[in-house]
Design a protein around this ligand. Structure first.
Ligand SMILES: CC(C)(COP(=O)(O)OP(=O)(O)OC[C@H]1O[C@@H](n2cnc3c(N)ncnc32)[C@H](O)[C@@H]1OP(=O)(O)O)[C@@H](O)C(=O)NCCC(=O)NCCS
Length: 134
């Protein structure tokens, strides 16, 4: 599947999205970080911790909707793209590319000329994705 064939819509997250965001965040965080960050941090990142953070951060979150379900999300604060997460079943479909483009649009709409993000050194898939997106 490509971006062209995957119909993705974006909307600001609401409190009702917190559960879906927390699930994608929890699983995606483990995919991207296990083996690359200290064990103490892994132990602290429980499902409950993501539930709390997702609810707290709903105002910074935009969700990607595919077939009426949350397929991914991004959190943007000022010029920083803080989180880019796509659920397992939508990876490799172009949803991530569309999500990052939406994040850059939000940064620009906020009056910033350049967006930035940080990614852990060992997160090879994310790094490859960000490199491909320039
Ligand atoms: C990071 C993420 C948003 C990227 O979305 P995606 O749909 O997986 O991205 P794509 O499939 O379009 O691109 C990933 C690239 O990595 C490559 N890749 C896949 N698995 C890989 C691996 N284990 N090591 C290195 N590269 C890998 C893919 O081949 C692709 O490169 P290509 O286009 O040159 O073929 C998504 O994987 C995700 O949500 N991951 C978990 C959460 C995360 O780590 N978020 C980033 C935190 S900063």
């Amino acid at each position: 599947m490509t971006t062209d064939r995957t119909a993705v819509e974006f909307r600001p997250a609401g409190p009702e999205d917190a559960t879906a965001v927390a699930r994608i965040w929890h699983h995606g965080w483990r995919d991207g970080h296990l083996g690359h960050v200290p064990g103490d941090l892994v132990a602290a990142r429980t499902p409950e911790s993501f539930g709390t953070r997702a609810a707290e951060r709903v105002g910074d979150t935009v969700v990607a909707i595919v077939d009426d379900a949350v397929a991914g999300f991004v959190m943007v604060v000022e010029d920083e793209v803080e989180q880019v997460y796509v659920s397992e079943d939508h990876r490799g479909t172009g949803v991530a590319t569309a999500l990052l483009a939406e994040a850059e649009r939000l940064v620009e709409a906020g009056g910033h000329r350049r967006a930035w993000l940080a990614v852990v050194a060992g997160n090879a898939r994310a790094r490859r994705f960000y490199e491909r997106c320039g």
